[in-house]
Each structure stands twice: as C-alpha cells, then as structure tokens.
Write a protein that binds this ligand. Structure first.
Ligand code: ZN
Length: 133
C-alpha cells in the first residue's frame, strides 16, 4: 500500500510525483532533454543538462542506459547564461555511443551539432517532405 500523501508544502518542494515516489521508495529520475525531429517527433538524442558552475561531474548512468537501449546518441550538457539568462556557452560531453572528451562550444557550435543530428535523421524521416510551421 502506498504510504502518505502530499504534505502541506506542496508549492515549496517542486514535483509532487517525485516526492510521492521518494516517500514510497519507488525510484525515478526526470529526463532532462529528449531532442526530437521537428517534423515527425521521433527522438534524436538524449541529454542530461545542468547550469555550468564549474562542476566536472553529473550522474548520467540512466541516460546512458536509455540511450544505448534506444540506439540514440546522448550528451552531458553544462550551460552558462548571461545576466539576461540567454545561453552564452556550453561544455558538452558525448556519453554514447562512444564516450567523448568535454568540448567547449558557443551556442552556434552546439546548434550545428543538433542540426547535424536532424539532417542525419532526415534520411529516414517519414515526414521529411512536410514543412515545419
Ligand atoms: Zn522525422
């Protein structure tokens, strides 16, 4: 039988579903990012994302396992924003299919990588002839 219900701090603790799982010792994580085809919505990549505070590590085991099961590339993405909260730089590490070294990229560089993933998918996309609105 599931234990407990939400406490009085519903608006202060973030995700009630996550809290409920923790209370009942059934574990889950949030998937940070699933890149998708802009036409058919097929998944293109998985990513763990995090504000760049100079850290060198974030848990990625589940993301890597899912990516391997789905035969998708996956990435660890640390990102910095400026005072207007606009993205200014990335530290990217490819996790699967082959672990890469951390690479510093400006937004244009990361955009090119994501466009390449879309173009690679376009070869097999079932809706590649449709316009994106
Ligand atoms: Zn597609």
């Amino acid at each position: 039988m599931a234990r407990g219900s939400l406490k009085n701090n519903y608006f202060n603790v973030g995700d009630p579903y996550s809290e409920w799982c923790r209370e009942n010792q059934v574990y889950m994580i949030d998937m940070d990012a699933v890149g998708i085809c802009k036409r058919c919505k097929h998944p293109l990549y998985l990513a763990e994302t995090c504000f760049d505070r100079g850290q060198t590590w974030k848990a990625t085991a589940t993301t890597e396992a899912l990516a391997n099961l789905a035969s998708l590339p996956s990435f660890l993405v640390f990102y910095k924003v400026d005072e207007k909260r606009e993205l200014e730089s990335f530290r990217i590490t490819q996790l699967t299919p082959i672990k890469g070294n951390e690479t510093y990229l400006l937004p244009e560089g990361w955009y090119q990588v994501l466009e390449l993933l879309q173009e690679r998918h376009d070869l097999i996309c079932t809706k590649k002839d449709r316009n994106v609105l």
